[in-house]
Design a binder for this molecule. Structure first.
Ligand SMILES: C[S@@+](CC[C@H](N)C(=O)[O-])C[C@H]1O[C@@H](n2cnc3c(N)ncnc32)[C@H](O)[C@@H]1O
Length: 273
């Protein structure tokens, strides 16, 4: 049912709405998955599906298509050195310069299934002193509603928790009979998860201002124009002296020049002056 030409039309609309560039090489893998969604929503030809998709007739259909094309790969303590820099350098500095009663707000955009914001929570608990001295708020957003559901449930495979230090795994996870690891309840409540598209500036503005933004391993799927748009949204959302962390394959210098680049050991982060 889904020809290559149809696939191109569909991915073009997805790109304009989300910034995600879906390459033609994903056609063979995505075709049966997308066709299953068409069937699930009762479409027997691409034309009628595409009409409803393009003119936003059914938000559930749009969400299901987006959930199908996203790549959610993530795990706890991914690129661990970045969390060390956050805890040992960036947050202590922000703690020093912010008014004492101000909450330090950290955004993970995108958070996928939650491992990244929960890693920050675990790293803060492990360090201990910062949490005693001030309030922190963690927000995780993703365009994929299924990923956000999983993040809220916080049940993970052994592979996903492989890099969690043993003492933290023991203290903050419950091993279930099915071999999966479930985060303890109080930690599930520490992160505020929401379904948000980073390309929708109004929705992003509603999240408020942040001290730190993690945006790792998403911009690699975006093209240059969308990357720039997202970078400028982050600039707007950041408080002065706030910092952005990108994935190791990504660089802000290649996107916009408004941030100051800071190198600290293996980590590079970007500061709003
Ligand atoms: C590979 S995961 C990265 C997760 C985590 N930050 C990490 O580095 O481990 C990429 C995530 O980006 C999300 N994503 C893609 N486009 C998005 C958009 N326009 N707005 C919000 N999230 C988006 C996908 O749904 C996916 O969960």
């Amino acid at each position: 049912m889904l020809s290559v030409a149809d696939f191109k039309k569909l991915t073009d609309v997805i790109y304009r709405r989300t910034g995600i560039k879906i390459e033609l090489k994903r056609y063979e893998v995505l075709k049966p998955k997308l066709e299953r969604v068409f069937e699930q929503f009762g479409y027997d030809d691409f034309r009628s599906f595409f009409h409803d998709f393009r003119f936003e007739k059914n938000p559930d259909l749009i969400q299901e298509i987006l959930n199908t094309v996203t790549i959610n790969e993530t795990y706890f303590f991914r690129e661990k050195y970045q969390f060390e820099t956050l805890i040992n350098e960036v947050l202590p500095h922000l703690h020093q310069i912010r008014p004492p009663d101000e909450t330090i707000r950290i955004l993970c955009a995108p958070s996928s299934t939650g491992e990244e914001p929960y890693t920050i929570a675990l790293a803060l608990l492990d360090e201990g002193q910062l949490l005693k001295a001030r309030d922190f708020e963690l927000v995780g957003i993703d365009i994929d509603s299924k990923a956000i559901e999983k993040a809220r449930a916080a049940v993970y495979t052994p592979r996903s928790v492989q890099q969690v230090p043993p003492h933290l795994l023991q203290q903050y996870f419950i091993q279930r009979p099915d071999g999966k690891y479930e985060l303890v309840d109080f930690l599930k409540e520490v992160v505020n998860f929401q379904v948000v598209n980073v390309m929708e500036r109004q929705a992003m503005r509603r999240l408020g201002k942040f001290d730190v933004i993690f945006c790792r391993n998403m911009l690699i799927y975006f093209d240059e124009i969308s990357r720039r748009e997202v970078a400028m949204t982050f600039y707007e959302l950041l408080k002065p002296k706030g910092a952005v962390f990108l994935g190791h394959a990504e660089s802000m210098n290649r996107i916009v020049s408004v941030f100051k680049t800071v190198r600290s050991g293996e980590t590079i982060y970007y500061v709003k002056e």
